[in-house]
Design a protein around this ligand. Structure first.
Ligand SMILES: CC(C)(COP(=O)(O)OP(=O)(O)OC[C@H]1O[C@@H](n2cnc3c(N)ncnc32)[C@H](O)[C@@H]1OP(=O)(O)O)[C@@H](O)C(=O)NCCC(=O)NCCS
Length: 189
C-alpha cells in the first residue's frame, strides 16, 4: 500500500465509496453508573467512523474541524452492539460533511434501535497539516441527493455560527427561507 493519493485526477467519487460501517460491543469500562454507554465514548466511536469515511473519500489524512447536531435519542446498554454507519454527504473544496447514524443492536432480542445522528466536518490536510483539495462527491440515489443538497445549507449555517461567513453570503439559506415564505403565503392566500 502506498501513502500517495491514487485519485490524482480529482475525478468525482461516488458517495458509496466513502461508506464505513463499524460494530462495537459495549463493555463495563465504557459505561456510567447506570450501565449505559458514556456519551464521550460514543462520540469517540463516531469520530473514528467519520474519519474513516472522510479518508476513504479524500485519500488523504483528514482532521475533525467541527461537529454539529449531535442527538442522543436513546441510551445504549452494556452488552449491546453499537452499529455505526457513516458516509460523505458532500465534499466541498478541502472540507467534507460526514453524516453518522448510530443504532443499538440487542443480541438477545435481535432488535435494532436508532440512537444517534450527527454531522461531522473533516478537512483533508497535507503533510504540513495545511488544508488540501478533495475530489468532488457524486450522489447516485435520491436519498444521497437529498443529503447532498442539505449539506450546502448546513455548511452555511455552521460557517455562520463559527463567524466564518457573512449572512449576505449565505445564499442557500436565503433561497430556502424565501421558498418557505412563498409556500406559506400560497397556503394562506
Ligand atoms: C481544520 C483546519 C485544518 C482548518 O484550517 P484553517 O486554517 O482554518 O483553513 P481554512 O480557513 O483554509 O479552511 C479550510 C476548510 O475548513 C473549513 N472549516 C474551517 N473551520 C470550520 C468550522 N468550524 N466548521 C466547518 N468547516 C470549517 C473551511 O470552510 C474550509 O472548507 P473548504 O475548503 O471546503 O471551503 C485547522 O483549523 C486545524 O488543523 N484544526 C485542528 C484539527 C484537529 O486537530 N482536529 C482534532 C481535534 S483535537
Amino acid at each position: 500500500m502506498t501513502d500517495q493519493p491514487t485519485n490524482t485526477s480529482r475525478a468525482p467519487k461516488p458517495v458509496k465509496a466513502s461508506r464505513c460501517t463499524m460494530n462495537e460491543i459495549v463493555l463495563p469500562n465504557d459505561t456510567n453508573g447506570l450501565g449505559n454507554l458514556m456519551g464521550g465514548r460514543l462520540l469517540h466511536m463516531m469520530d473514528v467512523c467519520a474519519a474513516i469515511a472522510a479518508q476513504r473519500h479524500a485519500e488523504q489524512v483528514s482532521v475533525t474541524a467541527s461537529v454539529d447536531s449531535v442527538e442522543f435519542q436513546s441510551p445504549i446498554y452494556m452488552g449491546e452492539v453499537v452499529v455505526l454507519e457513516g458516509q460523505v454527504n458532500r465534499a466541498f473544496r478541502t472540507s467534507m460533511e460526514i453524516e453518522i447514524n448510530v443504532w443499538a443492536e440487542n443480541p438477545r432480542k435481535q432488535t435494532m434501535r436508532k440512537c444517534n445522528k450527527a454531522y461531522y466536518t473533516f478537512v483533508a490536510v497535507d503533510e504540513n497539516g495545511r488544508p488540501s483539495k478533495v475530489p468532488p462527491s457524486q450522489p447516485e440515489t435520491d436519498e444521497e441527493q437529498q443529503r447532498y443538497d442539505g449539506a450546502a445549507r448546513r455548511r452555511e449555517l455552521r460557517l455562520l455560527m463559527a463567524g466564518r461567513l457573512k449572512l449576505q453570503d449565505a445564499h442557500n439559506i436565503k433561497d430556502l427561507l424565501l421558498e418557505t415564505l412563498r409556500e406559506d403565503e400560497a397556503q394562506t392566500a
